[in-house]
Design a protein around this ligand. Structure first.
Ligand code: NAG
Ligand code: NAG
Ligand code: NAG
Ligand code: NAG
Ligand code: NAG
Length: 355
């Protein structure tokens, strides 16, 4: 080999040798996010997207219209993934030049929640941050409420039921669930925990803490420290109205728990967490709910139906607060995770046997 043929060989070999696979997690941990949010790739590189549980897409868009599929652009289509799927589905984008490639998730409100991604975003001008801002500001194709429209409460959650097989404590259970964005996985905690919420400990009309995350099988103990309050289940749409399920069964309600001053043993009220759907509740004492005395368990704080939105609704609907200007839009896919009753009973029997 002459020097020059060696050089040509080396040069042509470079792209193949250096071509890299850049791995990106789609919706890991239930988050509406690509992780990392952008990559810098060379021609020949492959961006390898892995779809985590839920139902996401990898869809190409244009910088100016982040949430609209680009005609003729790359698209993975929807990848519904149930809990415990193994291996997870993947989708590859082959990078052929250094031009920016803009990506979003087509599912419901995911793009307007900031679920966007970029390959080779410029460091100035049309940056990744600018793209993400446009996505959040613009929302997904036409479904976001324009700023300034009259306030309306969000539509009721939509439930899509799915089943998954869960291996837990050496046993296999069938879990029925629907993918509620941002909720914990449809599996119980390794050991159930008890969460404490104090009521009116310092004389303020508040639950402390006002919102918590709890796993399936956990308990939440409310402790009434002062005043004359209740713990009453409601719904996101009607924060100050007793919850009744679709079969007409009432939600939980502690009733009034008056606490005399000087009391040292405080009344308590305990609930068990049976699924990962958000649980909403309020104090039924006159005017307390409208003053914002509400709580939430497993509210999805990354989405529009978060605790602050719920509390604001309570004040708007049942209090004196002015109607707000909507800032977010309402999310589409909603649901919860719960073990089938026999699975749940069996799973916890095992946990308690171990403890
Ligand atoms: C993509 O990532 C998955 C892991 O989620 C891995 O199993 C697979 O081999 C990767 N594919 C490529 C082409 O590197
Ligand atoms: C995934 O999402 C798409 C779009 O919302 C929907 O049409 C499809 O039915 C979903 N698939 C599953 C299995 O939930
Ligand atoms: C206001 O709250 C009370 C209970 O605190 C409830 O009975 C009533 O239905 C609520 N009103 C509205 C409009 O939600
Ligand atoms: C607690 O509040 C309820 C409802 O306002 C009232 O009926 C009850 O008498 C109160 N109890 C005490 C001890 O103040
Ligand atoms: C969980 O299920 C039990 C038994 O069916 C029920 O008493 C309890 O109220 C449920 N918990 C919640 C938060 O709905």
């Amino acid at each position: 080999m002459t020097f020059s043929t060696k050089l040509v060989f080396a040069l042509t070999a470079i792209p193949a040798v250096l071509a890299a696979t850049l791995n990106v997690q789609v919706g890991a941990g239930g988050k509406l996010k690509y992780d990392p949010e952008y990559v810098i790739a060379a021609p020949g590189d492959v961006v390898n997207f892995t779809f985590n549980p839920k139902n996401h897409t990898v869809t190409q868009s244009a910088f100016n219209t982040p949430c609209v599929p680009l005609p003729g652009g790359a698209s993975s289509g929807f990848n519904p993934v149930t809990a415990n799927t193994n291996p997870l589905p993947t989708f590859q984008v082959h990078v052929t030049d250094t031009k920016p490639i803009w990506i979003h998730c087509e599912q419901a409100n995911h793009c307007s929640s900031g679920m966007v991604f970029a390959i080779n975003p410029p460091a100035t001008g049309n940056t990744f941050d600018a793209f993400k801002k446009l996505a959040v500001a613009g929302g997904s194709s036409g479904s976001s409420a324009p700023v300034g429209t009259p306030y309306t409460s969000p539509p009721p959650p939509q439930w899509t039921i799915a089943t998954a097989t869960v291996t837990y404590a050496n046993s296999v259970y069938t879990t029925t669930y629907t993918s509620y964005d941002g909720t914990p996985p449809p599996t119980p905690a390794a050991a159930p925990a008890d969460h404490k919420i104090l009521i009116s400990d310092d004389g303020s009309f508040a639950y402390d803490p006002p919102h918590i995350q709890a796993a399936i099988g956990d308990t939440v103990t409310f402790e009434f420290r002062a005043g004359n309050h209740t713990v009453t289940q409601s719904s996101f749409q009607n924060p100050c109205v007793k919850f009744v399920d679709s079969q007409g069964n009432p939600g939980f309600a502690s009733g009034f728990k008056p606490v005399a001053s000087g009391t040292t043993t405080f009344p308590t009220f305990q609930i068990k967490i049976n699924d990962t759907a958000p649980i909403w509740g309020y104090c039924g004492q006159t005017d307390h709910c409208g003053d914002g005395m509400v709580f939430a368990i497993n509210s999805v704080e990354s989405g529009p139906n978060n605790f602050v939105a719920f509390q604001q609704m309570a004040k708007n609907i049942n209090g004196t607060a002015p109607l707000p200007t909507p800032t977010g839009k309402n999310s589409g896919i909603r649901g919860a995770a719960f073990m089938t009753p026999t699975g749940l009973v069996a799973a916890f029997a095992l946990v308690f046997a171990v403890l």
